[in-house]
Design a protein around this ligand. Structure first.
Ligand code: SAH
Length: 362
């Protein structure tokens, strides 16, 4: 007889762990207690969970595990940012970044091993895509950060490796656990999902979640955005903008944070600023200008600071709140788009890019 695989309790939300315990013939509150042990207290050993009856602990040993990813390398940057290289059970690696800032601790969490979207200026795109992270691997990054910091982070941004909305079914429960009172208790305003604009998933998200929304815009028109963020060819601006408006419409105080990477001579002129202003007319917006972080092999260059500032001032004069993101962790390649783990690329993108002649005779 083969045994059913053990359930990893780390990936269960409150509802999920309650039903798992009911399935074992136990009371839901025991499930809630175990959830608290794992996430609030960092306890992974069933025998140390003192309010769980002994017989139930024995059942748990047979049916469940508490399996977490582990940090294999902590790389501190000179500005206080730390990049953690995190190893998953199958031996693959992802990256999680801790960014301390005036008393706040932001943790930047990955959602996939690599990324399939191929944005032209992003170094994660260069490594291809392997797989989605499961709920335990996503919330496991917050678990690890919490143990390291000695407290839950004040903010979580889903801005690490991967496109979170391409991994909807795992990202949504993980974000629920971030907000859960029995776990990390981070308010919805301080959990941010960042997306390149997977419109159908964004529309679905509006029905099930109310975390903060950041959107990687990077261009004010379809022609340029098609080039920089290729998923725009599938979901162009005339679909993306209404979907974003729909997402924030439930709360009048909510704004969309538009991420806009400043690429020298590509998207950073006053003319671009003007078309951005037109595009965002009537949309509750904040614009976050991100100085481009170069990486080996890229042809893009960072816009000069004066150009970034002129762009920002132009937006402000039209009443659009706009900030320039401080680049953090750049000496350890932990800055935006630089989270390159070693990915075993299964998308064969590298192969597809080789000219056809080179493939002859393979
Ligand atoms: N896939 C999601 C999550 C990644 S978030 C998304 O696209 O939103 C990381 C942010 O950093 C995104 O806005 C991304 O476009 C931006 N980014 C990627 N590469 C960058 C680079 N080299 N320099 C600056 N920002 C970059």
């Amino acid at each position: 007889m083969t045994m059913a695989p053990k359930t990893n309790l780390v990936g269960l939300t409150k509802d999920g762990i309650e039903s798992f315990f009911v399935g074992l013939g136990a009371k839901p509150f025991h499930g809630r207690n175990v959830l608290k042990w794992i996430h609030k207290h960092g306890v992974v050993d069933f025998d140390a969970m003192t309010d769980v009856p002994k017989a139930l602990r024995e059942t748990l040993q047979q049916t469940a595990v508490v399996e977490l990813p582990r940090i294999v390398l902590a790389q501190p940057a000179s500005d206080g940012t730390t990049k953690w290289v995190v190893e998953l059970a199958d031996g693959q690696h992802i990256e999680t970044v801790h960014i301390p800032d005036s008393g706040r601790d932001t943790v930047c969490v990955s959602s996939q091993v690599g990324c399939a979207l191929n944005c032209s200026f992003c170094s994660t795109a260069q490594q291809g895509f392997n797989r989605n992270l499961d709920v335990a691997e996503i919330i496991g990054q917050v678990w690890l950060a919490t143990r390291h910091l000695g407290h839950a982070p004040s903010n979580v941004v889903m801005m690490g490796m991967g496109e979170p909305l391409a991994n909807f079914d795992n990202v949504v429960p993980a974000m629920e656990l971030m907000q859960e009172d029995l776990a990390y208790m981070i308010s919805k305003a301080r959990v941010t999902i960042s997306t390149s604009g997977v419109v159908p998933a964004l529309l679905r998200l509006a029905d099930v979640s109310d975390v903060s929304l950041a959107v990687s815009l990077h261009a004010p028109d379809n022609a340029l955005r098609d080039e920089l963020v290729p998923i725009n060819r599938k979901y162009p601006l005339e679909e993306l903008i209404p979907a974003c408006k729909h997402y924030v419409a439930r709360d009048a105080r909510r704004k969309i944070t538009w991420e806009y990477v400043m690429l020298d001579g590509v998207n950073d002129s006053i003319a671009h600023a003007k078309s951005l202003i037109r595009l965002l007319q009537g949309v509750p917006s904040k614009v976050n200008l991100i100085p481009f972080n170069p990486f080996p092999g890229t042809d893009y260059r960072t816009s000069p600071p004066e150009r970034v500032e002129a762009f920002r001032q132009r937006l402000r004069r039209s009443g659009i709140i706009s900030t320039t993101r401080k680049t953090r962790g750049d000496d350890i390649a932990a800055a935006c788009g630089q989270l390159v783990g070693k990915v075993n690329d299964r998308s064969r993108r590298k192969l597809r890019q080789i000219p056809v002649v080179a493939e002859v005779g393979r």
